[in-house]
Design a protein around this ligand. Sequence first.
Ligand SMILES: N[C@@H](CCC(=O)N[C@@H](CS)C(=O)NCC(=O)O)C(=O)O
Length: 248
Amino acid sequence: MKEAPDASPTSGVQDTLVPEKVVDALPTMYCFETCPFCFKVKALLGSRGIAYSKVEVDPTFKTQLKWSDWGQVPVFVDVDGTQVNDSNYILHYIDSKDSDSFPRKGEDQQQDHWMDFSNKVLGKSIVAVIYTSYGTSLRALDYVTRVDNFSFGSRLINKWLGAAIMRMVGKSRAKMFDLPPRENLKFQLDEMSKGIQGDFFGEKEPNGADFANFGILRSMHGLNGFEIVESHPVVSGWYTRMRENSGV
Ligand SMILES: N[C@@H](CCC(=O)N[C@@H](CS)C(=O)NCC(=O)O)C(=O)O
């Protein structure tokens, strides 16, 4: 779960169209089932009622994404073949093509700040909690055994090797913070609460910061440490509102 810097030259809308990567003539998202960054995009698409195709990428070898220079999920391919990389850029792209209802990057400092927070802080904080032991990592990777487009061998490798890799990633993420993983997540949720003004970061309606941070936390649902989110005095209510809004 490495993260490319937001300023990477290959983030955002790409020059080359890839219409052959569109599935069933619908906007297509290349994703991992449990990827926090992919959940951001699923939440926005859900909130706007936009139908889309999903291509499940195998997390260890990323076989289904070999065609792309951008080696991370999510990758979004619009119906005309426009390829957009990097979750926050994808959120802006989809909103700009749909109802244009939240500010673009650079137009609202608060939204920018909390969208960055979703990648630089919250995404890393949850990884340290979910992948805190080999057992919790196996639990998080168990979904790969139920993905139809993966072969039997790929399911096994992705689960057992994937859990070992993610356990190491979890350890390295934990080292980034002063507090132990669970305490750190609680602390970061307290921080995040300061940005929720009224019902949402966007006050009456969700903005980019809502979709970005909700996606991260939604990916934890049912996994180790999710009770920290559920029991948080501010975040739990916001999370429920975002689930209702997005249907995700
Ligand atoms: N900045 C990227 C981060 C995406 C990311 O880290 N995705 C992970 C999955 S959760 C990934 O593709 N990891 C595989 C790798 O880096 O090789 C975004 O916001 O979309």
